[in-house]
Write a protein that binds this ligand. Structure first.
Ligand code: CUA
Length: 403
């Protein structure tokens, strides 16, 4: 038969495709698939993954049985030209109502159990973290410690962390694929999700995403999660609780730059240990340029930071004038690895360009275009408040002292 010989010729290709797909699904290396949900690193992730496995298995059994019966009937009656039409068969109808009902019970019991487990209030003693979605970055607050940070979350392994999610504007969704956490941050309501990171993974870093379309830069709303040992976490918290180490102090009325004595920063994830998947690789727009060899002065930078309007939106604890809350808290910006909602590395080149023209770096950014002569794509005119290249270099030098 012509049809069956064609099928026979296709079979090896089909088998090969199936094999490749199966193998591709099996390799679960973190470095290879850093944003996979199939290798959960928390008990929350595992309870969801186990439920998925059960449902997949049940679904497969039903699928295979149904297809076998179908194939059998098609084959058996392939030459039957006179099909008999019948009406009503009570026994059959009871049977095909009961079988799906039983299958649904098998699906419902583990599903409801997992929902109750994951929706239960977090155990007492959990670390509280407030997650606040903004267009387009993440704010993280540790109310027990008075620490606020942005786009970079530190959590201790082995301790339950309870996230309280809210939003400053539109609906966002908080997602850390490898840790199994995914929940919406919506208006006028606080959503909760809690997890406990496995102790064996410390110290490590995971990618986080906004996974609810929230406007022009939705895909640029990323964050990093550092799962660290309790000791590293305590050190990080202590470092973050301290006010900014650099204090050129405008109140002193002198030009002397003073570094607060002994204000060594606490632990933060070492830059050289950042895995490639957690380092942003996006290039900056070539149109934003700086003269080569420009160096900044941190003391002048602090003055420019205060005169240039930055303090209207940003807090630098320890600087009584810098108390803005619209943009990210910059008290310890030099301990962060990324900028602008986790899409650029926090390096001199990127930080300077971000200050010069944030709205070209990131569509729709609330951070204004500040570089002299730069075109602001939202206002559709050149920057009204402007800083020259030297002033920007100075501000960068100042910010890089904030450890
Ligand atoms: Cu926030 Cu998408």
């Amino acid at each position: 038969m012509k049809g069956s010989s064609r099928l026979r010729r296709l079979l090896p290709y089909l088998a090969f495709t199936a094999l490749v797909l199966t193998l591709a699904a099996c390799t679960g290396e973190t470095t290879q698939y850093p944003n996979s949900t199939f290798e959960p690193k928390t008990e929350l992730g595992r309870s969801i993954d186990d439920l998925w496995d059960i449902l997949l298995l049940l679904g497969m059994i039903v699928f295979v049985l149904t297809e076998l019966v179908l194939a059998f009937v098609v084959f058996k009656y392939r030459n039957n030209k006179e099909a008999k039409h019948t009406h009503g068969n009570t026994r059959l109808e009871i049977l095909w109502t009961l079988i799906p009902a039983v299958i649904l019970v098998f699906i419902a019991v583990p599903t409801v159990r997992t929902i109750f487990q994951t929706q239960a209030p977090a155990p007492a003693g959990a670390l509280k973290v407030e997650v606040i979605g903004h267009q387009w970055w993440w704010e993280f607050k540790y109310p027990e410690y008075g620490v606020t940070t942005a786009n970079e979350l530190y959590i201790p392994v082995g301790r339950t962390v309870s996230f309280a999610l809210t939003t400053k504007d539109v609906i966002h969704s908080f997602w850390i694929p490898q840790l199994g956490a995914k929940r919406d941050a919506i208006s006028n309501r606080t959503n909760y999700i809690w997890l406990t990171a496995d102790t064996i993974i410390a110290p490590s870093v995971w990618n986080g995403f906004c996974t609810e379309y929230c406007g022009a830069s939705h895909s640029f709303m990323r964050f990093r999660v550092f799962t660290v040992t309790p000791e590293q976490f305590a050190s990080w918290i202590a470092g973050q609780q301290a006010t900014a180490a650099f204090n050129a102090g405008p109140a002193t009325g002198t030009d002397t730059v003073q570094l607060a004595a002994g204000a060594a920063p606490g632990y933060f994830f070492p830059r050289e240990s950042m895995p490639a998947y957690a380092v942003p690789h996006r290039a900056y727009p070539p149109a934003i340029t700086f003269p080569a060899g420009l160096t900044g002065d941190p003391a002048r930078g602090q003055t420019a930071f205060m005169m240039g309007g930055c303090i209207g939106c940003h807090t630098v604890r320890g600087n009584p004038m810098a108390v803005g809350v619209i943009g990210p808290d910059l008290t310890h910006i030099a301990t962060r690895h990324t900028l602008a909602g986790g899409i650029y590395p926090n390096t001199t080149d990127y930080l300077a360009r971000w200050i010069k023209n944030a709205r070209v770096m990131k569509p729709g950014s609330l951070m204004p275009t500040l570089g002299k002569g730069e075109f602001d794509p939202i206002l559709k005119r050149t920057a009204p408040v402007s800083l020259d290249d030297q002033q920007i270099a100075d501000i960068v030098a100042y910010l890089q002292q904030l450890r």
